[in-house]
Design a protein around this ligand. Sequence first.
Ligand SMILES: *Cc1c(COP(=O)(O)O)cnc(C)c1O
Length: 324
Amino acid sequence: MDLPIFEVAPKLARRPFLPIAARPTPVEGAPSLGDRIWVKRDDLVSPRYGGNKVRRWEWLLGAAKDRGVETLVTVGGLGSTQVTSLTVHGTDAGFEVVAVLFDQPASAFVDEALMLDHQFGGRPIVAGGYVRTAIQTLSVLRRTKRSLFVPPGASSPLLNVAYVDALLELSKQVERGEAPRPDRIVVPCGSGGTAVGLAVGAAILGWPTRVEAVRITELVVSNPLTLAALTYATERLLRREGLSTPRKLDVKLHMDHRFVGEGYGHATPAAETGAERFTRAFGAAGEITYSGKAVAALDVIAREHPDEQILLWNTLSTTGRPVV
Ligand SMILES: *Cc1c(COP(=O)(O)O)cnc(C)c1O
């Protein structure tokens, strides 16, 4: 496997890695979302089930295999894309996947996610509220040998490297003339690893590009401080792995709080419209938790910056899902 990240942090090449992503993912204009709008199609990163967790799993599953892990235990909302993604790719790679699920507002997308979790051979446990979810998770971890806990969102300094690499992948596509260098990247932000990785990648290249992290979950778990901490830790890890840019990275990352509404998984009128626009643009159903809020933000941000080339980093799988 030869990744662009190995050119900037060569010691990463010694880490265990399980290649599952189809790379590079396409970058293309999205006229239905506006002129000057581009999309990076990480929805297509795997024909089995795409989306922004797949690149992280390559590092996570590689490390888990290396350590003799047999069971992956994770936590998410009933409609969690992370749970579906880990179920698909974890079971493909030979792991048992146990997911403890907490309540989130009902929707067709939640039903679809539960169906996919089941169909892909996962073992979801419906726990209810946050406290019961925590208790259930601890009890599963206590009674499961050779298990690895994958926290909600699965951001960590090492896993964030996946999106530093993804930004470097985009830069090669820009060099080949497939798309302009974006002035701004819009991406939905939960645990923050995607936004942080992209912003760190842009800083390594010295790009002036700003990353707009569109907050889609509660402020206590997703805020400018958590992003700053992840950014710091990711840069520190990259330095240990051989990153040799001379000064501290100038990371241009901003969190946008305007689109989250009442919180994770809660609809807003703008998110409903965004989800419909996603469906029309990509031919797979959008939803209000991630893609709807990201497209809502994209519309507003594009209007606020009429002279910029803006890239939506698409994080929601359009593969492995029922056709709309
Ligand atoms: C996990 C996820 C996000 C959030 O990514 P983070 O790196 O946790 O901020 C956004 N969109 C989709 C579809 C996701 O599954």
